[in-house]
Design a protein around this ligand. Structure first.
Ligand code: SF4
Ligand code: SF4
Length: 282
């Protein structure tokens, strides 16, 4: 099964939940792999501290135009949705940084004037952290095209029982590339007005995609029922709540897993895992 952990905004504790959930599930005897798809800023490795055994480049095919064959018909420019091709008089210019590597311009060129050249956008590293398998992508500095790298990370999914995907924050293309083929999405939020506003946007996106989902309230405060009221109103289940606890923040700042460092947290991950299983088996 593929379980994604996402959040409407950054800083809600998505990586804390996903790394510790992976550790908890692996501890229950399941073959488990953690995938860090937050390729612009991967930080799951800081907590899982994997031994990396495999490293490979991720690249996309970008067009190269043979001017001797190009008649400047503009067909490729019209096709490219991403404005990666521009016609200037009798010349077509390529802006590789804007190209998504879809290959459409190459197929559509009537004069076969386009060839493709691989352009490296990042690397994929894989390894092992105790019982947890580990894969992450790191985008090259200055690169803006994360969905192709995310797809390459997810293509590393082996035939394991549980695959936990740490999605990038937000609600745009990189998140959709990370969660679209998953069986369940855990949405992490915090009970603040900003947190709940962004949870609402993430819920809209997930409901559009039709993926089963539930919420984890992180940094839950005693006496604050804002998250419960919000989730009741939006008819979404709260799978687990993690208390706002200074020991968790200390653990995080030291790059430690809270499942190991904070007594009592184990129970919360047990609740979360049981709630996910119940939903997936319903
Ligand atoms: S489609 Fe082919 S021939 Fe037409 S402008 Fe583009 S590269 Fe040139
Ligand atoms: S490969 Fe796709 S995205 Fe890239 S320039 Fe051609 S049409 Fe545009």
């Amino acid at each position: 099964m593929k379980i994604a952990v996402a959040s409407g905004k950054g800083g809600t504790g998505k990586t804390t939940i996903s790394t510790n959930l992976a550790l908890y599930v692996a501890g229950q005897g399941y073959d488990t792999v953690y995938f860090d798809c937050d390729v612009e800023e991967p930080n799951g490795h800081l907590f899982l501290r994997p031994v990396i055994t495999k490293k490979e480049a991720s690249s996309i095919p970008v067009p190269v135009i043979d001017e001797s064959k190009c008649c400047a018909c503009g067909e490729c420019v019209r096709f490219c949705e991403y404005k990666a091709l521009v016609r200037l008089g009798k010349i077509v210019m390529v802006f590789p940084e804007l190209c998504h590597g879809c290959g459409g311009c190459t197929i559509g060129c009537p004069n076969h004037a386009i060839q493709e050249q691989e352009r490296e956008i990042g690397i994929i590293e894989a390894g092992q952290s105790g019982k947890v398998g580990f894969v992450h992508g790191r985008m090259n500095i200055g690169e803006a095209m994360s969905p192709p790298l995310i797809r390459d990370v997810l293509q590393q999914i082996p035939n394991k029982e549980v695959n936990i995907i740490d999605a990038p924050p937000g609600t745009s293309c990189p998140v959709i590339a990370s969660i679209r083929d998953t069986d369940f999405v855990v949405l992490v939020t915090e009970p603040t007005p900003f947190g709940l506003n962004d949870l609402g946007l993430a819920l809209d996106m997930i409901r559009e995609l039709g993926i089963p989902h539930g919420v984890v309230v992180n940094r839950a405060e005693d006496g604050n029922r804002d998250a419960e009221s919000f989730c009741e109103k939006r008819q979404v289940e709260i799978l687990a709540q993690i208390a706002d606890d200074r020991r968790i923040a200390e653990c995080y700042s030291k790059g430690e897993l809270i499942l190991i460092g904070v007594p009592g947290v184990q129970k919360r991950f047990e609740e979360l895992w049981q709630a996910i299983r119940k939903r997936l088996m319903a």
